[in-house]
Design a protein around this ligand. Structure first.
Ligand code: DX5
Ligand code: ZN
Length: 228
């Protein structure tokens, strides 16, 4: 899935923007041609003020789809429950840089389990904080809103952060893809792709739409045109 991402874009719609009581039917009607990954936001009411779902729920949800999962852990001390999320066998498992004192150990654990490891970074954390640990990760998730809720406005300085990170990745020939998450819609998607993001999370702009497959297709078309 990660091959040739310089030439294309993957869409990872965030299911927390859908009706959480109906997720099974939402995910089973997703069209794989436009919805390449399902972004699952796990929140603990501690690292972020909101609480969503856990590993048991994710296991049940998997029965309703074969779209690969992209789990975004917004939980304090992910080391305490990491194995239970590894056992969900997502395609990506992402931890937050700010949530643990041992990101390298956790990234290695995820990779050694045969999954793709991601590290996410909040808007207020200097992007350079990640430079020394990029070799341990497959993906960097650049948050373009404060984590915690869908439907927030894109923070414009995220573009410079993505550009800076992308330049560093290219200059050092690193095998790391950039994901962006928060406030992505028809107005912001082209700019994040131009800046270097290749996996695009979109919550409300996909799942608040009556025809979410058509909306995903539309976003993807805009994104693909923006590849430079
Ligand atoms: C925010 C979550 C995002 C969010 C995206 O903490 O990580 O994935 O659901 O939703 P939108 O696209 O509506 O900002
Ligand atoms: Zn997310």
């Amino acid at each position: 899935m990660l091959k040739n991402l310089t030439d294309t874009v993957l869409l990872s719609p965030s299911i927390i923007a859908a009706d959480l009581s109906l997720l099974g039917s939402f995910v089973s009607s997703c069209d794989r041609s436009y919805i390449h990954l399902l972004h699952i936001d796990v929140m603990d009411g501690n690292f972020v003020p909101n609480i969503t779902i856990g590993p048991g729920y994710i296991h049940n949800l998997k029965q309703h789809t074969d779209i690969p999962l992209d789990i975004h852990l917004m939980i304090e001390k992910p080391e305490l429950s990491l194995q239970s999320f590894i056992d969900c066998t997502p395609y990506f498992l992402t931890i937050h840089y700010e949530s643990t004192r041992q990101p390298v150990r956790l990234l290695k654990l995820i990779k050694d389990s045969g999954l793709k490891a991601g590290i996410s970074i909040n808007p207020s954390t200097p992007i350079e904080s990640l430079y020394d640990i990029l070799e341990y990760t497959d993906m960097v998730l650049v948050m373009s809103v404060e984590p915690g809720f869908y439907g927030q406005k894109f923070i414009p300085s995220s573009l410079k952060r993505i550009e800076k990170l992308n330049t560093f990745i290219i200059e050092h020939s690193l095998d790391v893809v950039i994901q962006v998450d928060g406030g992505i819609n028809e107005d912001t998607i082209a700019d994040v792709v131009k800046a270097g993001a290749r996996i695009i999370v979109a919550g409300s702009s996909v799942f608040k739409s009556a025809n979410f497959n058509a909306q995903a297709k539309k976003l993807l078309e805009i994104a693909k045109k923006a590849i430079v």
